[in-house]
Design a protein around this ligand. Sequence first.
Ligand code: G6P
Length: 527
Amino acid sequence: MWDDLKNHAARIGDRRILSLFEDNPNRATEFSTEALGMVFDYSKTQLDEQIRGALLALVERAGVAQRREAMFTGKKINETEGRAVLHTALRNLDGGAVPVDGADVMPGVLDTLRRMEAEARALRASDVTDVVNIGIGGSDLGPAMAVRALAPYHDGPRCHFVSNVDGADIADTLKLCDPERTVFIVASKTFTTIETMTNAQTAKAWLVEKGVSAEGRFIALSSNVAKAAEFGILESRVFGFEDWVGGRYSMWGPIGLSLMVAIGPENFRAFLAGGQAMDNHFRNAPPHENMAVMLALVGIWHNQVLGHATRAVLPYDNRLARLPAYLQQLEMESNGKGVSMDGADLACHSGPVVWGEPGTNGQHAFYQLIHQGTRVVPCEFMVAARGHEDDLRHHHHLLVANCLAQSEALMRGRSLDEARAKVAGQFTGDELERQARHRVFPGNRPSTTLIYPRLDPETLGRIIALYEHRVFVEGVILNINSYDQWGVELGKELATALGPMVSGEQDSAGKDGSTRALLDFIHRHGG
Ligand SMILES: O=P(O)(O)OC[C@H]1O[C@H](O)[C@H](O)[C@@H](O)[C@@H]1O
């Protein structure tokens, strides 16, 4: 199968993407997927009928449909941790029963959702002005991204996000808060993560220092209810979730509490409904009309087949500024693995490096490399037809024009002849030639565009669920367990061992020369 795809790559050679549009006037519709009011346009890539067919054969051969049913029905597809993968249950608002080990998880899910709603309503009605979410990774990136994304719906208390163990993070945040009117949400699935526990203790100490009782000022979001109680958080303010919710998939449940406080329970339900609608689409649409499947296949084509090691996520939607960071965890922690399900070396490359920034800012920074660098960076553009600022429609028109211009420029490029014509009035002879070469754009660079009406809560839910399912499909095709993260363990172990060496309680004997020299520098400079 991979050979088949490699043969297609050889067949197309340096074929111009633009010529595919000339050959087929319906290409834009035939090579895009429409679902739930959004369009995923992958026509500005090299995909043709045959390549799409070969990619769809991968879906069939990997058993994506069977694996998908196994996920939705609570089978323990996270095999290295022996867990089901059921973040979809958290948004299964009007769906049926979801069994894990023979018991329906839905009554518990809906009960927790109602408790969260009561808590959010109480907080929104209280004199609390600031809510600080203390969490990291999956207990931070989702709500932090979404609170920013849905700013136009934010009518609750201010929300802050403290994640880094760097004291600067919490210190800068606490400066903005009134201790009498601040509530801390300690978000940690395990309730053992050192960064989060350290920040939570610092928050508690800050309240004490300010003469404010910590009682009633802390809420816990965790699957380790016992640990949360040990920290002194009232049981009624602990919102639990089960081990079948992975950290980076957890914003749909209790980890989303800060978002619910910000935008209100109704809007949060709309976000969940958007996710659920994408689940239904993913579960029911045939592969070639399935947005998540096609998004995954385009990714596989660019990364595993053509060998482009990175992909850029470029939202032309400033409120999605944290989406690239969110997707970095979602995609790279899920599919950044070198071993397949059965423990063998992966037969192809793992998932790509994901990076990006909102447009148009990125254009004035790194797009130079995207247009003229020697490596190809497949770009994933995202844009809303309409913004929220109706009185600033001219801004939105410029934003959209830039988004469309970039994908067109990447595809079209600028030939040497065109470049010569650009500088003909300024230079002559060899100098004209030299100057022209600098102005050539190779073009033929692939991009996709996800376009949606407007970034409202439901649409955000659809987009996030879409990317979750894309990761799932890529993971199944690569035969990766997308739901564990053993690769983060070693650094944590070594950090624990290094702690006393940094503080000077223990000497650094046995460490490598570089680590010892760095420790030495820190000690010499008062660290
Ligand atoms: O929610 P927590 O248990 O505190 O975990 C926070 C994060 O830390 C870990 O190191 C994992 O790599 C992440 O997947 C997780 O989201």
